[in-house]
Design a binder for this molecule. Structure first.
Ligand code: ZN
Length: 193
């Protein structure tokens, strides 16, 4: 007798796999040799959690993550929690507070960014990891700051950004244009004043 298991919601797990690959890439590119454990904790009251008591561990509750690709998806939450881990290891937030000061220097990417400096930073780090060229377009200062701290696993180029943009949902494109005045027509990136 054999028992076989099937995954019904496949994109869900594909994104878990994708997140793992991205983290592996970051570790390899930056020669970080720590082992990391991702615990799928279905009892967790949050989408994801990183605590100092478990310095090499990320806890994720897939049931609390959004189904669709994008913000608060399983992929996004894992990378976000990994950024907390990275911040602790490299003490990035201390440098962030020292080097990027002042109200006009804040980069609020979503409501979570408003929570505190650490959340503001981890949201920026998540963007730096997933789409560094977009971060560069939004704020060269923040992009340069992170570039000095660690290498992004994603290609940072005009062409690769335009390619990625083509696969975005209509809503993301609208949000980017509305909030940052950035949009793409054909192969060209435009800025609205
Ligand atoms: Zn967080």
């Amino acid at each position: 007798m054999t028992i076989s298991m099937k995954t019904v919601n496949e994109p869900y797990f594909r994104s878990l796999d994708e997140a793992k690959k991205v983290i592996e890439k970051i570790n390899k590119k930056n020669k970080f040799d720590w082992d990391i454990t991702i615990i799928l904790d279905y009892k967790l009251n949050y989408a994801g959690l990183y605590i100092d008591e478990e310095p090499n561990t990320i806890r994720i509750n897939p049931d609390q993550c959004a189904d669709e690709i994008g913000e608060y998806s399983l992929f996004y939450v894992i990378i976000h929690e990994y950024c907390h881990l990275l911040d602790k290891k490299l003490k990035i937030v201390d440098k962030f507070k020292q080097q990027i000061r002042g109200r006009d220097k804040r980069l609020i990417l979503n409501p979570n960014s408003e929570t505190n400096k650490t959340e503001e930073l981890t949201e920026i780090m998540t963007l730096y990891i997933s789409n560094p060229f977009l971060l560069k377009l939004m704020s060269k200062l923040h992009w340069q700051f992170l570039k000095n701290v660690f290498k992004s696993p994603t290609i940072c180029s005009y062409v690769s950004f335009v390619d990625t943009y083509k696969n975005w949902t209509k809503q993301w494109k609208i949000n980017l244009k509305k909030q940052y005045g950035i949009y793409v027509r054909g192969e060209t990136i435009y800025f609205m004043e």
